[in-house]
Design a protein around this ligand. Structure first.
Ligand code: TXA
Ligand code: MG
Length: 342
């Protein structure tokens, strides 16, 4: 399939270009598009056949549900059984923005979109291109991240081209995404509001709005994979870099000698912070993800580092980061991506 690539300006998206992409969605074709988190791979959420193409293009298992993107709270209301007036204070503070909320789904959403679940994740993105695309198409858009299944989510246009060129009808390309990590997911369809995936909107912030928010242990992604020498392939692969990734837990100022030892065993690149870069000998290659004082900077650079470590390297050795604020999401993604956690 020939993929039509449409380049747009994030802040002033050209209406004619968006309309061109919207036409593909209306015809049941797939369109990749930028959001403030990562690029999405979109299809008409009301069309089961269109949605099924997403699973095919990504190589995604059909038991993994899709998030449905909307461009207004009214549009969201049409897709869920819950009365959004009951959550007005919440949705008006969090939307548009990088938060997906799970509600009970209406029958308008085909089962394939939610993998048969009675609930649906709804997201109202703040990215101007995403909003305009949904508005102009006049449709809710089902969209997972626009990566091949198992790979890190695309945070720049060349990542989308790398994974999806030739597999989909159209891509809207608008450079780098803002947060570089997928949305925070909160489930409101159970008894207690529950965090399902940490993301750019932190637990600390959510708890000011939802004081009884449940934060299950699994969001740390520690359980199955912690401990030494977990063989690659044994674990569920996610965000996988093409080469081995060793994550060294704890404070790098206490564990830098181990990081150096791992880095010397093979031709390695160290992922580190600006504050700790000086701990490593000059002959070891390193990539500074950002400052420990601004974990949003680290988040925005993380998937680049996992996706393109560089051909010359055989191993990535990564520092850990504090699990406060967006740091919880950073550590969740790093642990899921790691081949070994030490
Ligand atoms: O930032 C994001 O959320 C991006 C952009 C494109 O919006 N999308 C994204 O989608 O990350 P995806 O499919 O890569 O991740 C969505 C996650 C999956 O792990 C899925 O299992 C979960 O959300 N999910 C979706 N619907 C759900 C539901 N009804 N119940 C529980 N989990 C759900
Ligand atoms: Mg994904």
């Amino acid at each position: 399939m020939k993929t039509e690539k449409l380049f747009v300006d994030t802040n002033k998206p050209d209406k004619g270009i968006i309309l061109r992409a919207a036409r593909y969605l209306q015809k049941g074709e797939l369109v990749a598009f930028p959001t403030e988190t990562v690029y999405g791979l979109g299809a008409n959420a009301l069309d089961a056949k269109a949605a099924s193409k997403i699973f095919e293009a990504k190589g995604r298992p059909q038991d993994n549900p899709l998030i449905v993107h909307v461009s207004s709270i009214e549009m969201a209301q049409e897709l869920v059984l819950d009365d959004l007036n009951d959550y007005k204070w919440l949705v008006e503070l969090l939307w548009p923005g990088p938060v997906t909320i799970i509600f009970r789904k209406s029958r308008r959403i085909p089962d394939i979109v939610t993998a048969g679940l009675p609930n649906v994740g709804i997201r109202f993105p703040s990215h101007p291109v995403a909003q305009k695309l949904i508005e102009i198409a006049g449709l809710p858009i089902a969209a997972p991240s626009a990566n091949l299944s198992g790979r890190p989510s695309p945070t720049d246009e060349f990542h989308v081209i790398e994974d999806m060129d030739g597999r989909i009808a159209c891509m809207l390309l608008a450079g780098k995404t803002l947060f570089g990590l997928e949305s925070t997911i909160v489930d409101l369809s159970r008894g207690k509001p529950t965090l399902l995936r940490p993301g750019p909107i932190s637990v600390e912030r959510l708890k000011t709005l939802l004081p009884d928010l449940e934060v299950p242990e699994f969001v740390k992604a520690e359980e199955k994979y912690s401990g030494p020498a977990l063989a690659p392939g044994m674990k569920y692969r996610h965000y996988s870099p093409k080469i081995e990734l060793i994550l060294v837990e704890g404070d790098p100022r206490e564990r830098y000698k181990e990081i150096i030892t791992f880095a010397f065993e093979k031709n390695s690149i160290i992922l580190c912070s600006r504050e700790t870069e000086h701990l490593y000998p000059g002959e070891i290659k390193r990539r500074v993800l950002g400052s420990r004082d601004n974990l949003y900077e680290v988040a925005a650079n993380l998937f680049y580092a996992l996706r393109e470590p560089g051909e010359e390297f055989e191993r990535i050795v990564s520092e850990a980061f504090p699990e406060t604020g967006v740091g919880l999401a950073i550590m969740n993604r790093l642990r899921k991506a790691a081949w070994r956690i030490m």
